[in-house]
Write a protein that binds this ligand. Structure first.
Ligand code: BES
Ligand code: MN
Ligand code: ZN
Length: 487
């Protein structure tokens, strides 16, 4: 979608469809005020109403969208209203719209532009999958949005560009998550990374195939990948090596392209959603794209261990002891706790970059859904300042994160009699013991684990800009964290 910013008043500029984001106390021109006066429109958050002014120079149609109470309008309300607007406008089958925001909204212009662009681009996102025979009316998209403003055109425009980069990365992640497992086997997922590198030449992409993994001793990835006919991969994406003195951050994302559970097979119900088990890698792909698009001055390395967890005569077994890249051994007690096994190699590999921080994202545990639902991502960290920064970035980006502790008691729970660690520690504190397990492979580097099992996939839409299916969780959160690092 083309989003541009121009000077002007949306209610006094002719347009096929004008969108006005207004709050409960907005004073509207008389021709439109009737809707308020009649009580048909109150300005409540995400309420919308089409009105038809009949005056010269005015738009022929105005879509009023509510921002809620004037006091308390923040980026999140703007994002939601913009998403509501684009979906309603699309339903009206118009291609080009103008858009204005109540002039007394107290948000800095850059933040306003960013939130508008995020709402528009995220709200317009759709996944048609393999459906055929979709009508032109159904597949209709808004081609252009012209934001009309009375002031700060430049700052607003800069904010729009930031929002579009972040939303673009988020929608890329959503596409990857929504793609069926058959179309994103580890080699195919690696191909998506290669294409990302072609699209964004500032990202250098390297892929290790199964031969290389064997040679270098990526025992965790190989063990989990053994049961599948599609071989595992390790994907390396590097950006910003040339920025001397800039911080180095490693992002590690779980790229489990389909999680059947392996020999400890999962129940039939809901297994189809386990194509989302590469949501962590999708967030890394999307963040790499957004950061490259923004041109952030940071050295960012994206690492994705990728495998498919399948039951077969070649599968790894409960009771197996696996030697990982780090040399540390893992006793496999349940083949369905595979994420931490492939991540062990990725986290150890991150140490080669001597990073200032390792941020790892994974759809790791069902337990995190019990703890936080689909509302927030869980953060576990070995460094409190890193945890604080991520929680704060969650707050300001709207891609929420909440901390769980990694106390020594939890580290004790993942010790094994037969190996250095065991991949299962029982139901109690299931998300935290998984985090404790992972931290053993991050070495001395400040490490944060983001469990996105509850947030990466939504069974139903939860906000106007969060549709059913892949949500792109983590992209907005981590990009915000990285922007704050470079600010
Ligand atoms: N990929 C799953 C976790 C998951 C669950 C992601 C629900 C998204 C939605 C992970 O590999 C897994 O199977 N975890 C097990 C761990 C258990 C065997 C210790 C779980 O959470 O049940
Ligand atoms: Mn599993
Ligand atoms: Zn899994």
């Amino acid at each position: 979608m083309q989003i541009s910013v121009q000077g002007g008043d949306v209610l006094a500029t002719s347009s096929g469809l004008a969108v006005a984001l207004v709050h409960d106390a907005t004073t509207l021109p008389k021709v439109i005020a009737a809707a308020f006066e009649a009580g048909d429109f109150t300005g409540a958050a995400n309420q919308s109403l089409m009105v038809y002014p009949r005056s010269k120079g005015a738009p022929s149609r105005v879509l009023l969208v509510g921002l809620g109470a004037k006091k308390g309008i923040d980026a999140e309300r703007i994002r939601q209203a913009a998403a509501t607007a684009v979906r309603q406008a699309r339903g009206a089958q118009v291609a080009d719209i103008t858009l204005g925001v109540a002039t007394d909204v107290a948000l800095p212009a850059a933040a306003l532009g960013q939130a508008l662009a995020e709402g528009l681009e995220l709200g317009a996102y759709r996944w048609f999958g393999g459906r055929t025979g979709i009508s032109d009316a159904e597949s209709h998209e808004i081609a252009s949005v012209t934001v009309l403003t009375g002031k700060q055109i430049k700052a607003l425009g800069e904010g729009v560009a930031v929002g579009q980069a972040i939303a673009g990365g988020t929608n890329f992640a959503r596409d990857l998550v929504n793609t069926p497992g058959v179309d994103k086997t580890p080699p195919q997922l690696a191909q998506r990374a290669v294409e990302l590198g072609e699209r964004m030449p500032s990202i250098e992409v390297t892929v290790y195939d199964e031969v290389r993994l064997e040679k270098e001793g990526f025992g965790g990835i190989l063990a989990v990948g053994k049961g599948s006919d599609s071989p595992p991969r390790f994907i390396i994406m590097e950006y910003g090596k040339q920025f001397k003195g800039a911080p180095t951050v490693c992002l590690v994302g779980k790229g489990l392209t389909f999680d059947s559970g392996g020999l400890n097979i999962k129940p039939a119900e809901g297994m189809e959603t386990m194509k989302n088990d590469m949501g962590g890698s999708a967030a890394v792909f999307g963040t790499m794209q957004a950061v490259a698009d923004l041109g952030l001055e940071i050295h960012l390395v994206g690492l994705v261990p990728s495998a498919e967890n399948m039951p077969s005569g070649r599968s790894y077994r409960p009771g197996d002891v696996v030697t990982t890249l780090s040399g540390k051994t893992i006793e496999i007690l349940n083949t369905d706790a595979e994420g931490r096994v492939i991540l062990s190699d990725g986290l150890h590999f991150a140490g080669r970059y001597k990073p200032n921080a390792i941020v790892e994202l994974s759809t790791l545990t069902g337990a995190v859904i019990i703890a936080l639902g689909n509302v927030a991502t869980a953060v576990m960290a070995t460094d409190q300042s890193l945890a604080d920064q991520l929680v704060a970035a969650g707050q300001s980006s709207g891609d929420k994160a909440w901390q769980l502790p990694l106390w020594d008691e939890y580290h004790q729970m993942v010790k094994s009699e037969n190996a250095d660690l065991r991949n299962l520690a029982g139901r109690a504190a299931g998300s935290i013991t998984a985090g404790a397990f992972l931290s053993a492979f991050a070495g001395k580097y400040p490490f944060a684990h983001l469990d996105i099992a509850g947030t990466a996939w939504l069974d139903a839409p939860t906000k106007p800009y969060l549709p059913k299916g892949g949500s792109g969780a983590g992209v907005r959160l981590v990009t915000e964290f990285l922007r704050n690092l470079t600010a």
